[in-house]
Design a protein around this ligand. Structure first.
Ligand code: SF4
Length: 206
């Protein structure tokens, strides 16, 4: 591979520039905008969803629709802001009608996600829902069984699967054992892990 073709040899900005022009899979024909991902390029915590939805496709930004607002609620409940995380999806272009991306589409897009992970170098990745969980951890159990587990992954990264925020929107109950309740327990575990294991930031030392 020519070095200029290698996504790992790029900066995040240069990678985004390349992905914005990508036509490697048929999703390029129906997208309005590529949704590359955004956030702190040195974040300890990275979130990976399935793919952009309608609002994301219209704006080019990840998790800005109703599911994104729900995600913000989950994160802010333990004091995590968007500014301190990096967030992206397995595929960067919207599958029509929000269908699950095909294996071929995910394979075509995968080098970009792999490069993002390598460049951001997070300590912990939250996978949102079954699709990103199964993509990064093939053979992992269903999300209802493994949500909130800490799965050791390559290079010392921990993966924690959690329910997708759109699933929480469809299941509004907060009662004990509900998806919302379980998500709250999961994000509290993530918060504690980050407090115990996250990199010390300059602002923390002041
Ligand atoms: Fe390229 Fe990924 Fe978009 Fe397919 S989904 S066109 S591989 S950026």
């Amino acid at each position: 591979m020519n070095r200029s073709d290698d996504p790992y040899a790029l900066t995040l900005d240069a990678l985004e520039e390349r992905v914005n022009k990508c036509t490697k899979c048929p999703l390029s024909e129906t997208r309005t905008h590529v949704v590359f991902g955004e956030g702190d390029p040195h974040a300890d915590l990275m979130l990976v969803g399935e793919g952009p939805g309608e609002v994301e496709d219209n704006t080019g930004h990840p998790f800005v629709g109703p599911a994104g607002h729900k995600l913000d609620d989950v994160l802010s409940s333990v004091g995590i802001s968007r500014a301190e995380i990096y967030i992206t999806n397995v595929v960067k272009c919207r599958p029509p009608g929000n269908r699950v991306p095909t294996k071929k589409e995910m394979e075509a897009c995968s080098p970009y996600l792999e490069a993002q992970i390598a460049l951001v170098n997070p300590k912990l990745i939250i996978t949102l829902g079954n699709t990103p969980t199964q993509w990064l951890v093939p053979g992992a159990g269903g999300i209802t069984h493994i949500h909130g587990s800490f799965i050791p992954w390559r290079g010392g990264i921990e993966i924690v699967p959690m329910f997708h925020p759109s699933y929480l929107l469809r299941n509004p109950s907060r009662s004990k054992g509900s998806p919302k309740y379980l998500t709250w327990m999961d994000i509290k575990k993530v918060r504690k892990w980050l407090d115990d294991n996250g990199r010390q930031r300059d602002s923390d030392r002041l």
